[in-house]
Design a protein around this ligand. Structure first.
Ligand SMILES: C[S@@+](CC[C@H](N)C(=O)[O-])C[C@H]1O[C@@H](n2cnc3c(N)ncnc32)[C@H](O)[C@@H]1O
Length: 187
């Protein structure tokens, strides 16, 4: 298929921006799908910083990394991404970040929230290389998703176009729950 599904679109954007040796962030590591993908992109001389508030999910993520022998190029923090700036090594510049919004399942009680998502992405922006990207993946919709997405979009539309390009990738004929990807590139 030429037109990509939301997860494929998110990974395709990351793959275009990330090179071996880069430092990148998985702001919502969960079970590790994006962490494994990013660790594979940065190779053993790059690094992935992963964040999640659910310790059990991070254990699954860690096991996935071990399975693919990627654990040495990843640091996992059982902390909210709103603390990213205090946990990253000082002065470290970031090439890419992904925020996979929502929860692990529709019943997950640990959903991402508009205020913390917006605070965290601004923290990442302050460390982003020129040419670096931040990708928001909204693959699983839940009650509250639309509120978070609308808050996020209203914040993103205020980013200065002289410094950032912000694009919205959204299926038009596949129902409201088909998912969505938004990406920021620092110019
Ligand atoms: C859609 S899921 C992520 C899926 C993940 N990429 C995977 O492959 O399993 C969203 C994740 O965000 C986490 N989360 C919610 N609020 C958070 C916060 N403030 N900081 C970091 N992670 C958070 C949830 O615990 C959940 O694991």
């Amino acid at each position: 298929m030429t037109i990509k599904l939301p997860l494929e679109q998110a990974h395709s954007l990351l793959a275009q921006a990330v090179r071996p040796g880069d430092s990148v962030i998985d702001a919502t590591a969960g079970y590790g799908q994006d962490t494994v993908f990013l660790a594979d992109q940065v190779k053993e001389f790059g690094h992935v910083y992963g964040f999640d508030i659910q310790a059990d999910a991070l254990k699954v993520c860690e096991n996935q990394l071990i399975k693919y022998q990627l654990q040495n190029q990843v640091t996992l923090f059982n902390q909210g991404h709103e603390k990213i700036i205090t946990l990253l090594p000082p002065e470290l510049k970031i090439q890419a970040a992904i925020f996979s919004l929502g929860g692990l399942t529709p019943e997950d009680g640990h959903l991402t929230l508009p205020n913390t998502t917006i605070s965290a992405y601004h923290q990442v922006l302050s460390r982003l290389h020129r040419g670096g990207i931040i990708v928001f993946l909204m693959a699983q919709f839940h009650e509250g998703s639309a509120v978070e997405r609308d808050f996020l979009i209203s914040d993103l539309t205020r980013l200065d176009p002289a410094y950032y390009r912000v694009n919205n990738y959204q299926p038009l004929n596949q129902g409201e729950n088909a998912g969505q990807v938004i990406a920021i590139e620092r110019l």
